[in-house]
Design a protein around this ligand. Structure first.
Ligand code: IPE
Ligand code: IPE
Ligand code: MG
Length: 245
């Protein structure tokens, strides 16, 4: 990277960061632009944040890009968001693959247009052996839907009640095989989970930034990492005792 000031990372960096990328609409409104312009600015920012995550040695990044509740938005906005996803895959897939990014999807893919589903599946397949960073894209994702899907599959697989324990449930989630997020960041100031990673986030540290997502840059991410490093994760223990990390 050029003309970027080097930052001294704290000793303790999260393995997995999850981000609720919120505030695209407000960013656009503040500039008298249409909401979709905010979503496009959000995509540009994602590219920058992804680079920063690679620079900071983050291994897993999960981004909340379209929730199961976002279908309730105006039809034009939903259509625009789906088009943006398609354009991003068309335009960025090769570059992401070259950077060593492994793409995964979490959510219900089947509600998307068949051609878009196909593009997502192709992107996952193409990048499946990449090791630099795993990027989980939460698209048509809902934490409750995820748990419902897991329960349905557990029942369909004939698992007996006494075999149902926490690790088994985790293995039935969309995020199977992924460590739980250490840090969940929400931009644009809202203090709620909005149905994001409600199982996996049970013990995540939260960081709320007032900045709108299109302006949440490398320095802001660095600030979040410093804040994370200063937290003591107790997992129910008493202060100062050894954590299971
Ligand atoms: C987040 O930004 C992006 C999506 C939910 C798709 P918003 O569109 O929710 O932005 P605000 O909250 O209206 O500012
Ligand atoms: C959460 O943001 C979903 C995404 C960022 C994709 P929303 O803007 O949809 O959440 P609410 O409606 O404010 O809870
Ligand atoms: Mg929002």
């Amino acid at each position: 990277m050029t003309d970027v000031k080097p930052l001294k990372l704290p000793d303790k960096v999260p393995t997995h960061i999850a981000i609720i990328m919120d505030g695209n609409g407000r960013w656009a409104r503040a500039r008298s632009l249409p909401r979709l312009a905010g979503h496009r600015a959000g995509v540009d920012n994602l590219r920058r944040v992804l680079e920063a995550c690679v620079e900071f040695g983050i291994q897993y990044l999960t981004i909340y890009a379209f929730s199961t509740e976002n279908w309730n938005r105006p039809v034009d906005e939903v259509r625009g968001l789906m088009n943006i996803l398609e354009e991003v895959i068309d335009r960025e897939l090769q570059k992401l693959n070259e950077k060593g990014v492994q793409l995964r999807h979490i959510g219900r893919l089947e509600r998307l247009r068949p051609e878009l589903q196909e593009k997502v599946r192709h992107a996952i397949e193409l990048t499946r052996n990449n090791q630099k960073l795993v990027l989980n894209i939460a698209w048509n994702y809902g934490g409750r839907a995820e748990i419902v899907d897991a329960i349905q599959q557990i029942v369909a697989d004939g698992i007996s009640p006494d075999e149902v324990e926490e690790d088994l449930v985790s293995r039935y989630l969309y995020t199977a095989g992924c460590p739980d997020p250490d840090l969940i960041i929400r931009t644009a100031g809202e203090l709620r989970a909005s149905n994001f990673l409600i199982w996996q986030g049970a013990y995540s540290e939260w960081y709320i930034a007032s900045t709108y997502w299109p302006e949440f840059d490398r320095e802001e991410l660095f600030k979040a990492l410093c804040e994370y490093a200063s937290r003591e994760r107790r997992f129910g223990r008493v202060p100062g005792s050894v954590s299971p990390e």
